[in-house]
Design a protein around this ligand. Structure first.
Ligand SMILES: Nc1ncnc2c1ncn2[C@@H]1O[C@H](COP(=O)(O)OP(=O)(O)OP(=O)(O)O)[C@@H](O)[C@H]1O
Length: 311
């Protein structure tokens, strides 16, 4: 568990981050979202002490970060940034194994960890281990950057706009990969983004920053249905709120008995995609299946009631 306790950073007497407190549970993703200049990067960098707090403290599993040497802290906290920051003259394997090597892991353990991570990121080790960063696509470089940050099994992974440079299709893939890998490894991740869509897709919790303050911290559904301030409501976006809400839930939440015509959809389909299918095919109910077996239906009416944000 990571506890951020009334952490503040002043520049020229003015707070860039103003008494922010937040608890991050182990094995979850928290997305910090806010407009430019709201203090997201400063908050993130105070956690690994790239920026020293003016006041307040951060505790990792109960231990204040001020009690740890900075280099030890950097090993325990992975850091991935936009533009990946790979060493250009080192192979993929050396890049990923950089921190484990500093920690004097045995060579075979480093190699096994590098291969495990490359497999998880869908980059076959035999093909990619010995390449140099310049021989990779932008998306592959970004994956190696994240793999490197995860290599030593850090207590926490900090990510600052890691997908900012990727085109929209690769970006969606990268988000899905991160979610899958985070679940597989049980990693604890704090990710900074200015994109609310990314925050609600990726975060178990979303933390909204405005002018250095944490204005709301909750589940994506809470942020969408009960925005704490006008600023949060604006960030979530008026007309898109119902669709964003529907994207968070699978069809299995609303399965009921009853007739429905046409092709079935899998139960893990999002309600947003089910709505699109209803509208696109002109049906007001869709059969739902699990492992190829029909388990019931979902209706347009049920989807519509779930989409109500009560704004
Ligand atoms: N080293 C510094 N010296 C003076 N002011 C700074 C410094 N670093 C950040 N600031 C100020 O602190 C505020 C928060 O900056 P920060 O980079 O944390 O915001 P951000 O939310 O990450 O923005 P962006 O999305 O544009 O990166 C800004 O007003 C910025 O100008």
């Amino acid at each position: 568990m990571i506890e951020i306790d009334r952490i503040t950073r002043l520049y020229d007497g003015k707070p860039a981050v103003d008494a922010v407190s937040m608890t991050v549970e182990t094995a979850t993703i928290t997305a910090i979202v806010g407009t430019s200049g709201s203090g997201k990067t400063t908050l993130l960098r105070m956690i690994n002490r790239l920026v020293e707090p003016s006041s307040g403290e951060v505790r990792i599993n109960g231990e204040p970060t001020t009690g740890l040497e900075k280099h030890v802290l950097r090993w325990r906290i992975g850091y991935a940034i936009q533009g990946h920051g790979l060493f250009p003259h080192h192979t993929v394997a050396r890049n990923i194994g950089a921190v484990p090597r500093l920690l004097s892991w045995p060579t075979n353990k480093i190699r096994a960890r590098v291969d495990e991570l490359l497999d998880l990121f869908s980059m076959p080790p035999a093909e990619f281990r010995d390449r140099f960063p310049a021989e990779l696509s932008g998306g592959q470089q970004q994956r190696v950057g994240v793999a490197r940050a995860l290599a030593s099994r850090p207590d926490l992974l900090l990510m600052d706009e890691p997908f900012g440079a990727l085109d929209p299709i690769i970006r969606t893939r990268a988000q899905e990969d991160l979610r899958r890998i985070q679940r597989a490894l049980g990693s604890t991740i704090l990710i900074v983004t200015h994109d609310m869509e990314e925050a609600i897709q990726l975060g178990d919790r979303v933390a909204v920053m405005d002018a250095g303050r944490l204005v709301q911290h909750g589940t994506p559904a809470e942020i969408i249905t009960r925005p704490a301030t006008a600023f949060v409501a604006e960030m979530v976006g008026g007309v898109e709120r119902p669709l964003r809400l529907l994207s968070l839930f699978p069809v299995s939440d609303l399965v009921e008995d009853g007739p429905a015509e046409g092709a079935a959809i899998p139960e893990q389909t999002s309600l947003r995609d089910a709505l699109s299918t209803c509208l696109w095919t002109g049906r007001d109910a869709l059969p739902v299946e699990r492992d190829g077996q029909r388990i019931g239906r979902v209706t347009l009416d049920a989807i519509r009631s779930r989409a109500e944000c009560h704004a």
